[in-house]
Design a binder for this molecule. Sequence first.
Ligand code: MCN
Length: 765
Amino acid sequence: MPSYIGQSIKRNEDPRLITGRGVFSDDVDVPGTLYAAFARSPHGHARIISIDTSAAKAAPGVEAVITGHDLQGVPPIPVGFAPPSAPAVPPNHVLPTQKVVYVGQAVAAVIARDPYQAQDAAQLIEVEYEPLAAVVDPLMALEPGSPQIYAEVPGNLGFTMSSGSNDVEAALKASDEVITLRVVNNRVAVVPLENRAIVAQYDAFDRGLTVTLGTQQPHGDRSAFGRIVGVPENRVRLYAHDVGGGFGAKGNVYPEEAVTALMAYRLRKAVRWSDSRSENLRTMTQGRAHLTEITLGVRRDGTFTALDTKVVADLGGVLAPVGAASVGSIMTMCCGPYKFPVARAAARAVYTNTAPTGPYRGAGRPEATYALERAVDEAARRLNMDPVELRKKNLIEPNQFPYTTPVGPVYDTGNYQAALEIGLKAVDYDHFRAEQRRLRAQGRYVGIGVTTFVEPAGALFWEFAEIRVDRSGKVTVYSGGGPTGQGHETILAQIAASELQVPVESIEVVHGDTGAVAMGVGSFGSRSTILGGSATLHAAQQVREKMRAVAAGMLEARVDDIQLDDGRFHVAGNPARGLDFGAIAGFSYFGVSPAQEPGISARESFQMNAVAYPFGTHICIAEVNPENGEITIQRYLGVDDCGTMINPMLVAGQLHGGFAQGFGEAMMEQVLYDSDGQLLTGSLMDYAVPKASQVPPIEFLHTVTPSPLDPLGAKGVGEAGCIASPPTLVNAVLDALAPLGVTHVDMPLTAPRVWAAIQAAKGGK
Ligand code: MCN
């Protein structure tokens, strides 16, 4: 039977999803359920003087009203990682009692018999606030005299991070050219199709809690609920059925989810909550929000000499559970795919009166790539060199892997030149440059952006899979991942089916059930194919060997003589003397010798002490109308290398989705607050997410450089599209506008912004 690995088969999960039979958290119906609703802060920064819940308690249908005062002894939301430089980590209380630090922060909750009663009663909660001066700009927050959000965090400086060495300064001094650029990675909202949703149910039978939650980390969240609610973890069962997108922001427990679970346990009932789009835009963790000053030293011949990256990262009002992750990524990924003799990076992470920020698809890699690629194009302009030539001169060579960068990471494998060449050939780069000159002579502004990039994938080191073959011979993969739309039910089945030689559609994949899956980490950091896929492969190999041993006993042959072909174990050279899965599996439960374990199953956790480094080249050709600043994307193509592709069609799907998010960030998305911390983009009328018709077509090309780190040779791809696309799009626009003297526009590249940059450049002239 040919291997399924590398085949673009359709997704096993799709018939269910496209016929409306998906089960999202909000679809779970529990009889007698109660509903939670929240009273939220109207202020960006205020002291809580008093909370009067009497009117809400008396409202129809209300079963309970709670504030932070009712949660004495409940631990704050756990922070996954707080850098040692943090002077203090102000606790992220489930419900605050002293002060609120961003608009929309939940201060009290109502539990009622129907959702409308809950919302009406929440409106009756009287909170007296003493408004305090707010600060929303992280640079202003660092200024002396700015409002202090936490007494224990002087100057609002949450933490610092750094990497590399100070040799950078001498190297910059010795450089022929030094390019310094300040760029902004605009704050973006996550906007999953499915908002947050939870159903928590007191489980009278074992005095525990059953939680259904849209999450990327089922097992981690089960632990967090156990700790917050005060129930031993083994009495908490968490289900994450279908999840309508997470994009990094559904990896941790939110205060509203904690309240819902707590109240279900306290009231001995089922309680549910799902947020409205406007609640989601106010309080789900947001992404990016980084200001970067990048300094690149270069010799006259184009050789890079040094890199210095300084970041100011906006944490928002509280440190989200993995709020530090994006900052850490820049410290390690600032050098991209280039050879720098010396480099360093430093970050200041700052509290502001805005929604907390957290990982958002790419989590630090898009920020690092954007700053670096913008600086490389600027260096090319300064040196009067072709930006592609400059990249070629500095890319790490294929024979230099494993390659250790001056800020620490060891890149496993790569051939950056090959991906670049394929992309250049596809767009006929030299021809394009000639055509560009011709069009410029006609007054048309057409430009090209070329990004070469590398990113780490496979973070946090292990994932779990178990394979069981039931008595009928049916194979089930139990995966520790937490997919949110990536297609794990298909790719894990492809891997197991290839090893066991059974039809891919016959394999069931179970995930998102902590009662059925013994352990797991989850899906983030483009890790599941590498780690979960390899765990599945190893478990399948074990299952195959166990079945061979049982078959040998049944066929009275030597194990070494048993061969697996097309789903049948037979004696080598005698295909007629064989047994199918059902016969072997059925026998394994009854007839095995005392030396053999009954049943057929295998558990594996695959771990790596390093990460893999996918890479690629993205190219965009764009035209700008100088009269109104409108941009037309004429062509966009990505050459991506994620090692062995398990399912090229799903790889393309991931790149497509990632691109749409990068396109949104580059062209139209931006969360805005006024100076008091009021959110100005609180609905989808004000916050522009690209519509399908606005996203340009993308061409996908690939190179395949397997990773030596995992048995599949796979690397991740879930985030590549949004890492490479913002600089590609912006550099294309800046290249188009080069004749007008425009060298800088901050994202998002809305037409008015581009037009203003053109006018400013004309005025400057
Ligand atoms: N794949 C493959 N071969 C490879 C690598 C990947 O076939 N060598 C395909 C597989 O279909 C796999 C998918 O690409 O399921 C993504 O694989 P991987 O890169 O391992 O990433 P994860 O499965 O761990 O998913 C996490 C990643 C991240 S970090 C974000 S954020 C993200 C993303 O995936 N959020 C998503 N993709 C998303 N897609 C959807 N629909 N919704 C989200 O919330």
